[in-house]
Write a protein that binds this ligand. Sequence first.
Ligand code: 13P
Ligand code: SF4
Length: 320
Amino acid sequence: AVERAAAIERIKRLLKEKDAVLVAHYYTDDDIQALAEETGGCVADSLEMARFGNQHPASTLLVAGVRFMGETAKILTPEKKIIMPTLDATCSLDIGCPADDFAKFCDEHSDRTVVVYANTSAAVKARADWVVTSSIALDVVDHLDSEGEKILWAPDKHLGGYVAKQTGADMLLWQGACIVHDEFKSKALHDLKIQYPNAAVLVHPESPESVVDMADAVGSTSQLIKASQEMDNDMFIVATDRGIFYKMQQLSPEKTFIEAPTGGQGATCRSCAHCPWMAMNGLQAIEEALLDGTGKEVFVDADIREKALVPLNRMLNFQV
Ligand code: 13P
Ligand code: SF4
């Protein structure tokens, strides 16, 4: 605990010295989220992280999350230095959608408007007409559908299926999935609901359809946090990464939050809801990134950056 406190103090000093601000996702460790809050950074969902980094005056953004979040920051603000605790923190959605295969898919369906989830590489974004995050996907697709557009969606099949169902849009789906959310199980959730009948179920739409169907609220991380604050229930079963409990508990200390059940080892593994790549963001890695940054700075090829900026800006400028 003493060493942790000392590391936190050193990081605070370094953030000032380097004119850096910490931009963290809700799935990172509690320590990191607390540090971002204390030092004037932000803890946010992926859309708010992009907006915050875009507008903040600091010359260096320290992005604690996964690779696509750092890349998005670099695409939006190439004049800034973007560092990450680790560049190895990827995402199964990004891995499952290689740029070459994706380009072929787009070529085969060139009559469709290409909408990609933010959880993709810069090269995949460069091929898109729109980038969306889970907090804005419904609104953007609804708008495109109202204009008569047919959509090619990638990579998350569950989020894509959910958006198609809600909007009625014609969507051709890439078959990617998040390894964390894909593990939530509706049967075990049903059993847990019997145990806690008054608990409300909060679900991130990267989860399977059968789990989403049981939800009292569906949404991005920030939308789920808002729901946990606004709903009257005393207890919530939460189907997303458990990192989100830090903020939910902070905003509603009197409420109880429990993890939705995952597959894991049999149907009883209740501790799997944590992204292994988000977990790579630790205090030591943050300090190293600030001290040296070698191998921790994000770069995006200039040509790809220019192309990816167009659909990203469409998202940021989209008014509901
Ligand atoms: P949010 O945009 O809802 O924060 O989601 C990001 C993510 O990676 C979810 O797994
Ligand atoms: Fe990707 Fe899933 Fe991790 Fe989010 S939780 S970063 S979607 S692997």
